[in-house]
Design a protein around this ligand. Structure first.
Ligand SMILES: Cc1ncc(C[n+]2csc(CCOP(=O)(O)OP(=O)(O)O)c2C)c(N)n1
Length: 366
C-alpha cells in the first residue's frame, strides 16, 4: 500500500466584527435594535460591577474566595444572548453575568461563593445546572443532556462553557466525542482566557488554536474575538441554530483575557507581566462596545451613566439581600449529600452539634 496524504475537509474560521476603537464591519454586524444593544450593554456593566464589588468584599472578609471574570464580559453575555428559555446551560464558574441573564438571583452568586447550598439551587423555571468547580467535569454532562434531547427530539439546545485548561481533561474530550457521534445539539464554548491559574495557554497544548480540536471529532470549530460581544453573538447564534436544526455540535473558542487573578487566592504578578496586562486593557470589551453604541447613536454619555448608576443600585440591593440571608449554619454540611444520613454521619452530626452548643454556651458566659 502506498504512503499517501489524506486531504482533510475542514478549516478553522476566525471572526471579529468590532475593533478596539468601536469601528464595526457593517457587512458582519448583527441586526440588533437599540433596546437589545442596551440590554446587552447593561448585562456587561452588571457583570463588571458585581465582579468589582465582590473583589472588595472578599478583601474585607465579607465573602470567601471567588473567581473574578473582569475582561470576559463580552464572551459570557455574547454566548448567553442567543439561548432560549427552554434551552439548557451548563455553566462555567467564571460567568456570573451569564447566570444572572438566565435568571439566577444576584445574591445566589454570593451565597455560592460563601459555601451556601442555596447558591447552587437552580431557580424555579431556569433550565441550568449549578456551577461545577472540578475543572472540566461538566461538559460531559452537557453532552449527555444533548444526547437526551436528540433521542427525545425536543428541539432544545444545550450550551456549556469552560476554560482553555479544561480542554486538557479527558472528560472534556469524551464530551466532544459523544456530542459528535450522536450529532447532539451541543454548543461548546471554550473561554480561552489564556491561563489555567498560572499555566499559560502555550504550555497547555501544542495546537495552534483550541477551535481546531473540533475537527478531530468531525464538526466545526471557530475562533472568535471574545472581547467583541457582537462577534460572540453572531457565532453563538449560528451554532445554536445549527444545533436546533439537528446538524450537531460546534466548538467555539472565545479568545479573551482574564484581567484579574485566577481566584482571590493567587497573585498573577508572579506569572505574567504588567505589560501584557496593559496591552489587554486596551482591548477592554466594555470600552469598545461603549464607543460602538455612541457611534451608532444608540446611546449618549448621559444614558451610559444612567445605566451604570442603575446597575450600581441593583448590585447594592443584591448585596444587601445576601447579607440578610448569610447566617452561618455549619451543620448544613451534613444535609446535601445523602437523602438519609448513614449511621456514622448521623453520629458525627450529633457530635458536631454538641460541640457547637458547648461553644455557644461558653461564649455566652464570657
Ligand atoms: C479536577 C480539578 N483539578 C484541578 C483543579 C484546580 N483548578 C481550579 S481552576 C484550575 C484551572 C482551570 O483553568 P481553565 O480551565 O483554563 O479555566 P479558567 O479558570 O481559566 O477559567 C485548576 C487546575 C480543580 N478545580 N479541579
Amino acid at each position: 500500500m502506498p504512503r499517501r496524504k489524506l486531504k482533510l475537509q475542514h478549516e478553522v474560521e476566525e471572526l471579529s466584527i468590532l475593533d478596539v476603537d468601536g469601528q464595526v464591519d457593517t457587512a458582519l454586524e448583527p441586526a440588533l435594535n437599540h433596546d437589545e444593544l442596551l440590554r446587552i450593554y447593561r448585562a456587561m456593566v452588571l457583570t463588571r460591577e458585581l465582579d468589582d464589588r465582590m473583589l472588595k468584599m472578599q478583601r474585607q472578609g465579607r465573602i470567601g474566595t471567588f473567581a473574578p471574570c473582569r475582561g470576559q464580559e463580552a464572551t459570557q453575555i455574547g454566548y448567553i444572548y442567543p439561548m432560549q428559555k427552554e434551552d439548557w446551560v451548563v455553566p462555567s464558574y467564571r460567568a456570573p453575568g451569564a447566570q444572572i441573564w438566565r435568571g439566577w438571583h444576584l445574591e445566589q452568586i454570593l451565597l455560592f461563593w460563601n459555601g451556601y447550598e442555596e447558591g447552587a439551587r437552580t431557580p424555579e423555571g431556569v433550565n441550568d445546572l449549578p456551577v461545577a468547580i472540578p475543572v472540566g467535569s461538566h461538559p460531559i454532562l452537557a453532552a449527555g443532556i444533548g444526547m437526551g434531547m436528540k433521542l427525545q427530539g425536543t428541539k432544545q439546545v444545550v450550551l456549556t462553557a469552560f476554560g482553555d485548561g479544561s480542554t486538557s481533561e479527558g472528560d472534556v474530550l469524551e464530551a466532544f466525542n459523544f456530542a459528535g457521534v450522536y450529532q447532539a445539539p451541543v454548543v461548546f464554548v471554550c473561554e480561552n482566557n489564556q491561563y489555567a491559574i498560572s499555566l499559560p495557554r502555550a504550555k497547555q497544548t501544542r495546537a495552534e488554536t483550541i477551535a481546531q480540536k473540533a475537527l478531530a471529532f468531525g464538526y466545526d470549530g471557530i475562533k472568535v474575538d471574545g472581547n467583541d460581544v457582537l462577534a460572540m453573538i453572531v457565532v453563538t447564534t449560528e451554532a445554536v441554530n445549527k444545533a436546533r436544526r439537528g446538524d450537531g455540535p460546534t466548538l467555539i473558542e472565545a479568545f479573551t483575557y482574564r484581567m484579574q487573578m485566577h481566584t482571590t487566592a493567587d497573585d498573577p504578578k508572579k506569572y505574567r507581566s504588567d505589560e501584557e496586562v496593559k496591552e489587554w486593557e486596551k482591548k477592554c470589551p466594555l470600552l469598545r462596545f461603549e464607543k460602538y453604541l455612541i457611534n451608532k447613536k444608540a446611546a449618549d454619555e448621559k444614558l451610559l451613566q444612567e445605566i451604570h448608576q442603575d446597575v450600581i443600585d441593583e448590585v447594592q440591593a443584591g448585596l444587601e439581600r445576601f447579607e440578610k440571608c448569610c447566617v452561618p449554619q455549619p451543620d448544613k454540611l451534613f444535609d446535601y449529600t445523602y437523602a438519609q444520613l448513614t449511621p456514622e454521619l448521623q453520629a458525627q452530626k450529633e457530635e458536631f452539634l454538641a460541640i457547637l452548643a458547648q461553644r455557644d454556651s461558653r461564649n455566652r458566659k464570657h
